[in-house]
Design a protein around this ligand. Structure first.
Ligand code: FES
Length: 110
């Protein structure tokens, strides 16, 4: 398992989030990375309610207030930094995180 460049930090400027396919040991996972202030997080793009991708539109992962991650399917809202569902049908469950870090203006999976 090696370092994989996911996107440039500037790719998050427009929507605050970016969809990517993560390669891990030959398996491919739909994931997204999000930026909140100086913090970056990565999550598998699968809602714990019905295991559907959260977004219907490209790179759209926030609710209208941009205070929460949002599942477009049934309206679940998640804490941006912990991935925990705070409202909706999967309240108390969490998105699956994966470790990311910034490396010279690039977002990388570690
Ligand atoms: S699939 Fe996300 S709230 Fe139902």
């Amino acid at each position: 398992m090696g370092r994989q460049v996911l996107c440039q930090l500037s790719d998050l400027d427009a929507t605050g989030a970016k969809e990517i396919v993560l390669d891990r040991d030959g398996a491919r996972f739909p994931v997204f990375v999000v930026k909140r202030g100086d913090d970056i997080r990565g999550y598998v793009n699968s809602c714990p309610h019905a295991r559907l991708p959260l977004n219907w539109k490209e790179d759209a992962f926030f609710d209208v207030s941009r205070s929460y991650l949002f599942c477009a399917n049934h309206g679940a809202r998640f804490d941006i930094l912990t991935g925990k569902c705070l409202r909706g049908p999967c309240k108390g469950l969490s998105l699956v995180p994966f470790p990311v870090r910034l490396d010279d203006e690039m977002v990388v999976a570690v």
